[in-house]
Write a protein that binds this ligand. Structure first.
Ligand code: C2E
Ligand code: CA
Ligand code: CA
Ligand code: CA
Length: 279
Protein backbone atom coordinates (compact mmCIF):
# COMPACT_ATOMS: atom_id res chain seq x y z
CA UNK A 1 0.00 0.00 0.00
CA UNK A 2 2.91 2.29 0.80
CA UNK A 3 4.39 1.84 -2.67
CA UNK A 4 1.08 2.00 -4.47
CA UNK A 5 0.18 5.35 -2.93
CA UNK A 6 3.34 7.27 -3.71
CA UNK A 7 5.10 5.50 -6.46
CA UNK A 8 3.60 6.14 -9.90
CA UNK A 9 5.60 3.29 -11.36
CA UNK A 10 3.47 0.75 -9.48
CA UNK A 11 0.61 1.76 -11.75
CA UNK A 12 2.45 0.03 -14.57
CA UNK A 13 2.70 -3.19 -12.63
CA UNK A 14 3.06 -5.73 -15.47
CA UNK A 15 1.17 -8.34 -13.45
CA UNK A 16 -1.82 -6.07 -13.28
CA UNK A 17 -1.64 -5.27 -17.00
CA UNK A 18 -1.54 -8.98 -17.70
CA UNK A 19 -4.61 -9.58 -15.58
CA UNK A 20 -6.49 -6.73 -17.25
CA UNK A 21 -5.50 -8.00 -20.69
CA UNK A 22 -6.57 -11.53 -19.76
CA UNK A 23 -9.96 -10.37 -18.54
CA UNK A 24 -10.53 -8.25 -21.65
CA UNK A 25 -9.66 -11.28 -23.78
CA UNK A 26 -11.98 -13.50 -21.73
CA UNK A 27 -14.82 -11.03 -22.16
CA UNK A 28 -14.35 -10.96 -25.93
CA UNK A 29 -14.14 -14.76 -25.96
CA UNK A 30 -17.37 -15.05 -23.94
CA UNK A 31 -19.19 -12.71 -26.35
CA UNK A 32 -18.00 -14.80 -29.28
CA UNK A 33 -19.05 -18.00 -27.51
CA UNK A 34 -22.57 -16.64 -26.95
CA UNK A 35 -23.06 -15.88 -30.63
CA UNK A 36 -21.56 -19.22 -31.69
CA UNK A 37 -23.63 -21.19 -29.18
CA UNK A 38 -20.67 -22.83 -27.45
CA UNK A 39 -22.38 -23.43 -24.11
CA UNK A 40 -23.87 -26.75 -23.03
CA UNK A 41 -25.86 -27.88 -20.04
CA UNK A 42 -25.07 -30.85 -17.86
CA UNK A 43 -27.68 -32.17 -15.48
CA UNK A 44 -27.13 -33.38 -11.94
CA UNK A 45 -29.92 -35.57 -10.57
CA UNK A 46 -31.70 -34.44 -7.41
CA UNK A 47 -33.17 -37.31 -5.43
CA UNK A 48 -35.41 -37.77 -2.41
CA UNK A 49 -33.87 -39.45 0.63
CA UNK A 50 -36.37 -42.26 -0.11
CA UNK A 51 -34.53 -42.86 -3.40
CA UNK A 52 -37.12 -41.31 -5.70
CA UNK A 53 -35.65 -39.22 -8.49
CA UNK A 54 -37.11 -35.72 -8.22
CA UNK A 55 -35.38 -33.97 -11.10
CA UNK A 56 -32.08 -32.37 -11.98
CA UNK A 57 -30.11 -29.15 -11.67
CA UNK A 58 -28.93 -27.61 -14.94
CA UNK A 59 -25.23 -26.69 -14.74
CA UNK A 60 -23.61 -24.75 -17.56
CA UNK A 61 -20.28 -25.64 -19.22
CA UNK A 62 -18.39 -23.91 -21.99
CA UNK A 63 -17.48 -26.14 -24.88
CA UNK A 64 -14.43 -24.12 -25.90
CA UNK A 65 -12.85 -24.82 -29.32
CA UNK A 66 -9.30 -24.69 -27.86
CA UNK A 67 -9.69 -25.22 -24.13
CA UNK A 68 -12.20 -28.06 -24.23
CA UNK A 69 -14.95 -28.27 -21.65
CA UNK A 70 -14.57 -25.32 -19.26
CA UNK A 71 -16.15 -25.41 -15.77
CA UNK A 72 -18.48 -22.56 -14.74
CA UNK A 73 -16.13 -21.44 -11.95
CA UNK A 74 -13.74 -20.28 -14.67
CA UNK A 75 -16.14 -18.03 -16.55
CA UNK A 76 -19.25 -17.26 -14.46
CA UNK A 77 -17.39 -14.65 -12.35
CA UNK A 78 -16.21 -12.85 -15.52
CA UNK A 79 -19.71 -13.11 -16.98
CA UNK A 80 -21.05 -11.51 -13.78
CA UNK A 81 -18.51 -8.68 -13.88
CA UNK A 82 -19.19 -7.84 -17.51
CA UNK A 83 -22.97 -8.22 -17.43
CA UNK A 84 -22.72 -11.08 -19.94
CA UNK A 85 -24.37 -13.25 -17.28
CA UNK A 86 -27.68 -11.73 -18.40
CA UNK A 87 -27.66 -13.14 -21.97
CA UNK A 88 -25.87 -16.29 -20.75
CA UNK A 89 -28.44 -16.81 -17.99
CA UNK A 90 -31.19 -16.30 -20.52
CA UNK A 91 -29.59 -18.93 -22.76
CA UNK A 92 -29.36 -21.36 -19.81
CA UNK A 93 -33.00 -20.80 -18.85
CA UNK A 94 -34.20 -21.41 -22.40
CA UNK A 95 -32.04 -24.51 -22.93
CA UNK A 96 -33.15 -25.96 -19.58
CA UNK A 97 -36.82 -25.27 -20.40
CA UNK A 98 -36.47 -26.95 -23.81
CA UNK A 99 -35.18 -30.04 -21.99
CA UNK A 100 -37.96 -29.76 -19.40
CA UNK A 101 -40.56 -29.62 -22.18
CA UNK A 102 -39.07 -32.82 -23.63
CA UNK A 103 -39.35 -34.56 -20.27
CA UNK A 104 -42.97 -33.43 -20.11
CA UNK A 105 -43.76 -35.10 -23.41
CA UNK A 106 -42.77 -38.57 -22.15
CA UNK A 107 -44.77 -40.31 -19.41
CA UNK A 108 -41.58 -41.87 -18.00
CA UNK A 109 -40.01 -38.45 -17.29
CA UNK A 110 -43.06 -36.21 -16.96
CA UNK A 111 -42.76 -35.87 -13.18
CA UNK A 112 -39.19 -34.53 -13.23
CA UNK A 113 -38.41 -30.98 -12.17
CA UNK A 114 -35.69 -28.74 -13.52
CA UNK A 115 -33.63 -26.52 -11.22
CA UNK A 116 -31.98 -23.51 -12.90
CA UNK A 117 -29.41 -21.17 -11.34
CA UNK A 118 -30.26 -17.49 -11.57
CA UNK A 119 -27.67 -14.82 -10.85
CA UNK A 120 -28.41 -11.58 -9.02
CA UNK A 121 -27.77 -9.48 -12.11
CA UNK A 122 -30.27 -11.47 -14.10
CA UNK A 123 -32.94 -11.58 -11.39
CA UNK A 124 -32.82 -7.85 -10.68
CA UNK A 125 -33.43 -6.88 -14.29
CA UNK A 126 -36.80 -5.13 -14.47
CA UNK A 127 -38.00 -7.52 -17.18
CA UNK A 128 -36.94 -10.76 -15.44
CA UNK A 129 -40.47 -12.01 -14.75
CA UNK A 130 -41.59 -11.30 -18.32
CA UNK A 131 -38.50 -13.09 -19.66
CA UNK A 132 -39.22 -16.23 -17.65
CA UNK A 133 -42.89 -16.21 -18.69
CA UNK A 134 -41.87 -15.73 -22.32
CA UNK A 135 -39.45 -18.68 -22.20
CA UNK A 136 -42.09 -20.90 -20.59
CA UNK A 137 -44.61 -19.93 -23.27
CA UNK A 138 -42.14 -20.36 -26.10
CA UNK A 139 -40.78 -23.75 -25.00
CA UNK A 140 -44.00 -25.20 -23.62
CA UNK A 141 -42.20 -26.28 -20.44
CA UNK A 142 -44.55 -26.94 -17.51
CA UNK A 143 -44.10 -23.94 -15.17
CA UNK A 144 -44.96 -26.08 -12.16
CA UNK A 145 -41.84 -28.16 -12.81
CA UNK A 146 -39.42 -25.25 -13.04
CA UNK A 147 -37.47 -24.36 -9.91
CA UNK A 148 -35.25 -21.28 -9.80
CA UNK A 149 -32.21 -21.38 -7.52
CA UNK A 150 -31.41 -17.98 -6.01
CA UNK A 151 -28.45 -17.19 -3.79
CA UNK A 152 -28.52 -15.27 -0.54
CA UNK A 153 -26.47 -12.36 -1.90
CA UNK A 154 -29.24 -11.68 -4.39
CA UNK A 155 -31.71 -11.15 -1.56
CA UNK A 156 -29.75 -8.33 0.04
CA UNK A 157 -30.52 -5.83 -2.64
CA UNK A 158 -34.25 -5.21 -2.67
CA UNK A 159 -36.32 -7.47 -0.43
CA UNK A 160 -39.71 -6.02 -1.36
CA UNK A 161 -38.96 -6.19 -5.09
CA UNK A 162 -37.61 -9.72 -4.73
CA UNK A 163 -40.76 -10.89 -2.93
CA UNK A 164 -42.91 -9.28 -5.61
CA UNK A 165 -41.07 -11.05 -8.44
CA UNK A 166 -41.13 -14.38 -6.63
CA UNK A 167 -44.87 -14.06 -6.00
CA UNK A 168 -45.61 -13.22 -9.64
CA UNK A 169 -43.74 -16.33 -10.80
CA UNK A 170 -45.24 -18.49 -8.06
CA UNK A 171 -48.68 -17.60 -9.41
CA UNK A 172 -47.92 -19.63 -12.53
CA UNK A 173 -46.37 -22.44 -10.46
CA UNK A 174 -42.64 -21.69 -10.61
CA UNK A 175 -40.83 -22.85 -7.45
CA UNK A 176 -37.85 -21.31 -5.65
CA UNK A 177 -34.86 -22.77 -3.89
CA UNK A 178 -32.39 -20.84 -1.72
CA UNK A 179 -28.96 -21.97 -2.95
CA UNK A 180 -25.73 -22.28 -0.96
CA UNK A 181 -27.70 -21.57 2.19
CA UNK A 182 -25.56 -20.74 5.20
CA UNK A 183 -22.64 -19.25 3.28
CA UNK A 184 -24.09 -15.79 2.71
CA UNK A 185 -25.75 -13.15 4.76
CA UNK A 186 -29.42 -14.10 4.90
CA UNK A 187 -31.11 -12.33 7.69
CA UNK A 188 -33.46 -14.53 9.66
CA UNK A 189 -35.61 -11.44 10.12
CA UNK A 190 -36.73 -11.49 6.50
CA UNK A 191 -36.15 -15.09 5.41
CA UNK A 192 -39.67 -15.96 6.60
CA UNK A 193 -41.12 -13.33 4.26
CA UNK A 194 -39.47 -14.84 1.19
CA UNK A 195 -41.60 -17.54 -0.43
CA UNK A 196 -38.99 -20.26 -0.92
CA UNK A 197 -40.05 -23.87 -1.30
CA UNK A 198 -36.63 -25.26 -0.48
CA UNK A 199 -33.37 -24.49 1.31
CA UNK A 200 -30.20 -25.99 -0.17
CA UNK A 201 -27.49 -26.68 2.37
CA UNK A 202 -24.12 -25.71 0.89
CA UNK A 203 -21.66 -28.47 0.11
CA UNK A 204 -19.05 -26.99 2.46
CA UNK A 205 -21.18 -27.96 5.49
CA UNK A 206 -21.88 -31.46 4.18
CA UNK A 207 -18.12 -31.98 3.70
CA UNK A 208 -17.53 -31.19 7.36
CA UNK A 209 -19.86 -33.92 8.62
CA UNK A 210 -17.82 -36.45 10.55
CA UNK A 211 -14.97 -34.06 11.24
CA UNK A 212 -14.54 -31.92 14.33
CA UNK A 213 -15.97 -28.77 12.79
CA UNK A 214 -19.44 -27.26 12.93
CA UNK A 215 -20.84 -28.78 9.73
CA UNK A 216 -23.06 -31.30 11.51
CA UNK A 217 -24.48 -28.65 13.85
CA UNK A 218 -25.17 -26.31 10.94
CA UNK A 219 -27.01 -29.05 9.03
CA UNK A 220 -29.14 -29.63 12.13
CA UNK A 221 -29.94 -25.92 12.47
CA UNK A 222 -30.87 -25.53 8.79
CA UNK A 223 -33.21 -28.54 8.94
CA UNK A 224 -34.91 -27.07 12.04
CA UNK A 225 -35.18 -23.72 10.29
CA UNK A 226 -36.71 -25.37 7.23
CA UNK A 227 -39.28 -27.08 9.46
CA UNK A 228 -40.15 -23.81 11.17
CA UNK A 229 -40.49 -21.95 7.87
CA UNK A 230 -42.23 -24.81 6.08
CA UNK A 231 -39.47 -25.18 3.50
CA UNK A 232 -38.06 -28.51 2.29
CA UNK A 233 -34.32 -29.03 2.78
CA UNK A 234 -31.93 -30.41 0.16
CA UNK A 235 -28.32 -31.28 0.99
CA UNK A 236 -25.84 -30.67 -1.83
CA UNK A 237 -22.49 -32.33 -2.39
CA UNK A 238 -23.29 -35.64 -0.67
CA UNK A 239 -20.34 -37.87 -1.51
CA UNK A 240 -20.22 -40.60 1.14
CA UNK A 241 -22.59 -43.08 2.76
CA UNK A 242 -21.73 -41.52 6.13
CA UNK A 243 -22.86 -38.07 4.94
CA UNK A 244 -26.00 -39.61 3.48
CA UNK A 245 -26.88 -41.42 6.72
CA UNK A 246 -26.39 -38.22 8.66
CA UNK A 247 -28.58 -36.03 6.46
CA UNK A 248 -31.34 -38.69 6.52
CA UNK A 249 -31.17 -38.98 10.30
CA UNK A 250 -31.36 -35.20 10.61
CA UNK A 251 -34.46 -34.98 8.43
CA UNK A 252 -33.26 -33.61 5.08
CA UNK A 253 -35.80 -34.32 2.37
CA UNK A 254 -33.59 -34.59 -0.68
CA UNK A 255 -29.98 -34.48 -1.81
CA UNK A 256 -27.67 -34.31 -4.75
CA UNK A 257 -24.04 -35.27 -4.97
CA UNK A 258 -21.51 -37.66 -6.40
CA UNK A 259 -22.84 -40.48 -4.17
CA UNK A 260 -25.97 -40.59 -6.33
CA UNK A 261 -24.66 -39.09 -9.56
CA UNK A 262 -22.24 -36.59 -11.00
CA UNK A 263 -23.61 -33.99 -13.40
CA UNK A 264 -24.43 -35.84 -16.65
CA UNK A 265 -24.50 -34.94 -20.32
CA UNK A 266 -27.88 -35.11 -21.97
CA UNK A 267 -26.98 -38.54 -23.42
CA UNK A 268 -25.75 -39.89 -20.08
CA UNK A 269 -28.87 -38.55 -18.41
CA UNK A 270 -31.12 -40.38 -20.88
CA UNK A 271 -29.29 -43.65 -20.14
CA UNK A 272 -29.51 -42.95 -16.40
CA UNK A 273 -33.26 -42.30 -16.63
CA UNK A 274 -33.86 -45.43 -18.66
CA UNK A 275 -32.45 -47.45 -15.75
CA UNK A 276 -34.40 -45.68 -13.04
CA UNK A 277 -38.10 -44.92 -13.11
CA UNK A 278 -38.79 -41.41 -11.80
CA UNK A 279 -41.10 -40.96 -8.82
P1 C2E B 1 -23.80 -24.65 -7.37
O1 C2E B 1 -25.06 -24.02 -7.86
O2 C2E B 1 -23.62 -24.74 -5.89
O3 C2E B 1 -23.76 -26.09 -8.06
C1 C2E B 1 -23.25 -27.23 -7.46
C2 C2E B 1 -21.82 -27.48 -7.84
O4 C2E B 1 -21.31 -28.52 -7.02
C3 C2E B 1 -21.65 -27.95 -9.27
O5 C2E B 1 -20.39 -27.50 -9.73
C4 C2E B 1 -21.62 -29.47 -9.10
O6 C2E B 1 -20.98 -30.14 -10.16
C5 C2E B 1 -20.83 -29.60 -7.82
N1 C2E B 1 -21.12 -30.83 -7.11
C6 C2E B 1 -22.29 -31.48 -7.05
N2 C2E B 1 -22.20 -32.58 -6.27
C7 C2E B 1 -20.94 -32.63 -5.83
C8 C2E B 1 -20.22 -33.54 -4.97
O7 C2E B 1 -20.75 -34.52 -4.46
N3 C2E B 1 -18.93 -33.24 -4.71
C9 C2E B 1 -18.31 -32.17 -5.25
N4 C2E B 1 -17.02 -31.98 -4.95
N5 C2E B 1 -18.95 -31.28 -6.06
C10 C2E B 1 -20.25 -31.52 -6.34
P2 C2E B 1 -20.23 -26.79 -11.13
O8 C2E B 1 -21.08 -27.44 -12.17
O9 C2E B 1 -18.75 -26.66 -11.39
O10 C2E B 1 -20.84 -25.37 -10.87
C11 C2E B 1 -20.23 -24.47 -9.99
C12 C2E B 1 -21.08 -23.26 -9.77
O11 C2E B 1 -21.23 -22.48 -10.96
C13 C2E B 1 -22.49 -23.58 -9.34
O12 C2E B 1 -22.52 -23.90 -7.97
C14 C2E B 1 -23.18 -22.27 -9.65
O13 C2E B 1 -22.95 -21.32 -8.63
C15 C2E B 1 -22.44 -21.82 -10.90
N6 C2E B 1 -23.26 -22.15 -12.07
C16 C2E B 1 -23.33 -23.29 -12.78
N7 C2E B 1 -24.21 -23.19 -13.79
C17 C2E B 1 -24.73 -21.93 -13.70
C18 C2E B 1 -25.70 -21.21 -14.46
O14 C2E B 1 -26.32 -21.70 -15.41
N8 C2E B 1 -25.96 -19.91 -14.06
C19 C2E B 1 -25.33 -19.35 -12.99
N9 C2E B 1 -25.64 -18.07 -12.66
N10 C2E B 1 -24.42 -20.01 -12.26
C20 C2E B 1 -24.12 -21.28 -12.61
CA1 CA C 1 -27.18 -24.22 -7.69
CA1 CA D 1 -25.58 -24.84 -4.55
CA1 CA E 1 -22.55 -24.59 -3.62
Amino acid sequence: AKAAGRNAISFFDPGMLQRVAASVALEADLRRALTLDEFVLHYQPQVGVDGRLAGAEALVRWNHPQRGLVAPGEFIPAAEDTGLIVPLGQWVLRAACLQLAQWGADAATASLRMAVNVSAHQFHRPDFVEQVLAVLAETGAPAGHLKLELTESLLLKDVAGTIEKMCLLREVGVGFSLDDFGTGYSSLSYLHRLPFDQLKIDRSFIQEIGSDSHGAAIVRIIVALGQALNMAVLAEGVETAQQFDFIVAEGCHAYQGYLYSRPLTVGQLAAFLADRPAG
